[in-house]
Structure formats: structure tokens, C-alpha cells
Design a protein around this ligand. Structure first.
Ligand code: F6R
Length: 236
């Protein structure tokens, strides 16, 4: 794993946006794996700025997101569909039909998990995957557990994650209790991975993930086995 530390959040976001845009310039129809949460916001702003300056073209880019809550309509401001639309897709020239997220409202959740894995395979896998990391070491919504989940999965969110994500909701009781998440196979088969994290409270978990034992109790630790993962961190 490569590890790069930045003095400011802006510098970290610029570096991540650079890695993503290099991939898009290299391969116009790249498959880009995307994350939500607060950490990638500056990256999406930077990519949107570069698009506005005509430095980037998303017209052939395909995207697959890591996860989505179960039970939230797409137009709910807390849904990840809404997040991606508002923070990135509406600001660039990506084709809506080229953007993909798991559907947390699917009537048959098992079928939806299978559909999502088949979709990622049909796109030829992920060229570059952007990840954040939870305080408990989750990536996507792959929560600490006894085993790594290989496939897209319906997962019960841990109390840690519900507490952490309640900052986006009116109250903790409004946070959905479950979500669909891309599994470790699609993440680990991504040809390149960038994990971004900022803030003092993420420093220790990042070091455990990079240097501690590889264990499903700290899901991000599996990235030690990936041949091309870059961790970008800033204390800011
Ligand atoms: C969301 C996701 C999560 C977040 C993680 C960190 O799509 O994949 O794993 O990346 O919870 O969230 P923030 O960036 O809000 O600290």
C-alpha cells in the first residue's frame, strides 16, 4: 500500500481528483467506483470544476457506487442516489444511464445483490475505486464481522455506523438500519484503489488498517493484499 500525507484537505482532494482524472484521460470509458460520505465532497467539487473548465470529459465514463441505504426513496436527501446526483452527476456531462448504484428499494433484495454483481462484471470490473473508511474500519458498508463478504450484500449497520451517520439525519432513529453494499470481491478486483480519510479521529484506524493484522474485524485491512492501493490522508 502506498501512503501519502497532505497538509490540507484541499491538497488531498486535488491529489485524489488527479488520480481519477488521469484514469479517465487514459481510458475515456473508464469504470469509476465511487463513494459517498463527507470525505469525497471536495474531490467531487474538484472534478466538477475541472469539467467546467473543459479539462475533463465524462461523456463515456461509467460509474458504480459502493452502497445505498435500504428503504430510502431516491429523492430522499439522505439517499446516496440523491447525494451523487447533487454533488457530482448534475454538475458533469455523465450520461444518467452510465451511473449505477444498488437499489435499496428493490422488492427482491437477494436478486438485487446478484444483479449488481452481474452489472459490475458486465462492465468489465472497476478501473479505479474511490473508498472512504468508517471509524470502525468499514469500507463501503462492509462492517466488522467474522468473515469478509465476497458479494454484494444486504447488511445490518452497526451501532457505530448508525451513530456516525446520524449527523446527516434529524435524529439517530431516522438512520436506516440496513444497506446494500458492494462486496470485497468487486472492491479487491478493482485495478486501482484510492482510500481517502481526513481528521485526527481517522488516524489510528488508518494505521491499524495498513499495518495491523488482516482481519474481517477491520474490513479495510484486506486492502494490504491489493496490488495497487494508495491511501491519502490529512489530519485537517
Ligand atoms: C459510503 C461509504 C462509507 C464511507 C465511510 C466514511 O459510500 O462507502 O464507507 O466512506 O463511512 O464516511 P465519511 O467520509 O463521511 O467519514
Amino acid at each position: 500500500m502506498k501512503y501519502e500525507v497532505f497538509a490540507t484537505y484541499d491538497q488531498m482532494c486535488r491529489r485524489a481528483a488527479n488520480l481519477i482524472s488521469a484514469q479517465i484521460i487514459l481510458k475515456e470509458d473508464a469504470v469509476v467506483g465511487l463513494a459517498t460520505g463527507s470525505t469525497p465532497l471536495g474531490i467531487y467539487n474538484t472534478l466538477a470544476d475541472w469539467y467546467a473548465k473543459s479539462d475533463l470529459d465524462f461523456s463515456r465514463v461509467r460509474t458504480v457506487n459502493l452502497d445505498e441505504y435500504c428503504g430510502l426513496p431516491f429523492e430522499d436527501p439522505q439517499s446516496y442516489h440523491y447525494f451523487m446526483q447533487t454533488n457530482l452527476f448534475s454538475k458533469i456531462n455523465i450520461k444518467p444511464s452510465n451511473t449505477h448504484l444498488p437499489n435499496g428499494l428493490a422488492p427482491d433484495i437477494r436478486e438485487e445483490c446478484k444483479r449488481y454483481d452481474a452489472l459490475i462484471n458486465s462492465l468489465g470490473g472497476i478501473d479505479i475505486q474511490l473508498l472512504g473508511i468508517g471509524h470502525n474500519g468499514h469500507i463501503g458498508f462492509n462492517e466488522p464481522s467474522d468473515t469478509f463478504s465476497k458479494d454484494t450484500t444486504h447488511i445490518r449497520l452497526t451501532e457505530d455506523t448508525i451513530r456516525a451517520n446520524s449527523r446527516f439525519f434529524k435524529s439517530p432513529s431516522d438512520v436506516p438500519r440496513s444497506a446494500l453494499t458492494m462486496g470485497m470481491r468487486s472492491i479487491m478486483c478493482s485495478r486501482k484503489i484510492i482510500l481517502v480519510a481526513n481528521g485526527k479521529e481517522k488516524e489510528e484506524i488508518i494505521h491499524q488498517a495498513m499495518e495491523g493484522p488482516i482481519t474481517p474485524r477491520l474490513p479495510a485491512s484486506i486492502l494490504q493484499l491489493h496490488p495497487d492501493t494508495t491511501v491519502l490522508f490529512t489530519i485537517e
